[in-house]
Each structure stands twice: as structure tokens, then as C-alpha cells.
Design a protein around this ligand. Structure first.
Ligand code: SF4
Ligand code: SF4
Length: 102
């Protein structure tokens, strides 16, 4: 499965940082955490034992935010400003990936 295409269809299309056609509007110096961590996100969800949306969100946040360069001493400016697409859409990302596995 091409997860980049899946995410473009399912997540970019509803993201507040996209235009009406789902085209990303981030500037060249902004990085989308979903794109940056996509392989890792997919791997984490595939390896989950308890495949529920809540568990999926918790593990994604634990595993990715804790190692993200934007996380300074457990404080992320993008998160505080609701400006990280990954954090904004954790539950929806979990739902999309869990559905794709079935
Ligand atoms: S910020 Fe990320 S999820 Fe949102 S439109 Fe851009 S690439 Fe897609
Ligand atoms: S919320 Fe912050 S720490 Fe978590 S992935 Fe997004 S930018 Fe990184």
C-alpha cells in the first residue's frame, strides 16, 4: 500500500493547512510532522498489540513526540499553538491506518 497516497487522500484533504483540493499550503521552511514521520507512524501502528484508536494515539504520541526535534523539555511550541498536523489528527490518523490494515 502507498501510505503517502492514502494520507494525501484521507488527511491532507481535511487538513486546515491545505487548500480546497487538498494541496498542502505549508511554506518551504515548514515541515509537516506527518510527512516527516510517516514510515515510523506506519511501523508503530503495524506493531501495536492493542489495536484501538486510544492506544494508537497514546503510543504514537509517546513514541514520536518524545523524540521529535520540536519537543524541547517536553514542551512543543507547535503543539501549544495547535500547529502540528500530526498532533491535530492523531485520532483520525489512527482510524485511517487501522482501517487500512483490515
Ligand atoms: S500539513 Fe501535512 S497533513 Fe496538512 S496538508 Fe500539509 S502535508 Fe497534508
Ligand atoms: S506535536 Fe510537536 S513534538 Fe509532537 S510531532 Fe508535532 S511538532 Fe513534534
Amino acid at each position: 500500500m502507498d501510505y503517502k497516497i492514502l494520507f494525501r487522500e484521507k488527511i491532507c484533504s481535511i487538513c486546515v493547512d491545505s487548500d480546497a483540493n487538498g494541496k498542502c499550503l505549508l511554506s518551504d521552511d515548514e515541515i509537516c510532522a506527518i510527512e516527516a514521520y510517516l514510515p515510523k507512524i506506519v511501523k508503530i501502528v503495524k506493531n501495536l498489540e492493542n489495536k484501538t484508536i486510544d492506544e494508537c494515539c497514546k503510543v504514537l504520541k509517546d513514541e514520536i513526540c518524545s523524540r521529535c526535534a520540536n519537543n524541547k523539555d517536553f514542551n512543543c511550541k507547535l503543539s501549544n499553538e495547535a500547529n502540528c498536523a500530526l498532533e491535530r489528527y492523531f485520532p483520525y490518523i489512527a482510524e485511517v491506518l487501522l482501517s487500512a490494515e483490515n
